[in-house]
Design a protein around this ligand. Structure first.
Ligand code: FEO
Length: 171
């Protein structure tokens, strides 16, 4: 059975992951409003991934005979200065999430909760990918500057992204 300290830390993370999903859905709305449907699609896939992360933790707390909780989370921003500004914010946000995952791992280590350490390893790896994928888009957007043709091209590429539930892929 999971101990209370670990359980509470995981329940907080469920709320943080749901906040992430709201943030990306809000970015999708902003990008749709700015005629960038491909980038909006990328954000919507990100929203689905975050929901998956939240549910994965929620299910884990239940599996460990803990009490899962759904807490309130704040409303995300709704306006950005540009697509680059939104993706830069997404990159900063992922760095914050990485710090949260690392703190969770610190709790698991302090509590000598070996099962949670193994569980969290998936998220540690996932954050490496999350940061790298959004950073790559930020770099592309910076390179193209004011080029409308470049923006159109990136938008088309990001429109190809689809959500693959990680449970169905290699974990
Ligand atoms: Fe759930 Fe983007 O980290």
């Amino acid at each position: 059975m999971i101990n209370e300290k670990m359980q509470n830390a995981f329940n907080d993370q469920v709320a943080a992951e749901f906040y992430s999903s709201y943030l990306y859905l809000s970015m999708a709305a902003y990008l749709e409003d700015n005629d960038l449907p491909g980038m909006a699609n990328w954000m919507r896939v990100q929203y689905q991934e975050e929901t998956f992360h939240a549910e994965k933790i929620f299910d884990y707390v239940i599996e460990r005979d803990g009490r899962a909780e759904v807490k309130a989370w704040e409303a995300p921003p709704k306006e950005w200065k540009s697509a680059l500004d939104a993706f830069e914010d997404a990159y900063k946000h992922e760095q914050k999430v990485t710090a949260l995952i690392n703190s969770l791992m610190d709790v698991a280590l302090a509590e000598k909760d070996h099962a949670s350490q193994v569980f969290l390893q998936w998220f540690v790896n996932e954050q490496v990918e999350e940061e790298a994928s959004v950073k790559a888009i930020v770099q592309q957007l910076k390179m193209l500057g004011d080029s409308k043709a470049g923006l159109f091209q990136i938008d088309r590429e990001l429109g190809q992204r689809t959500f693959t539930p990680p449970a169905a892929a290699a974990e």
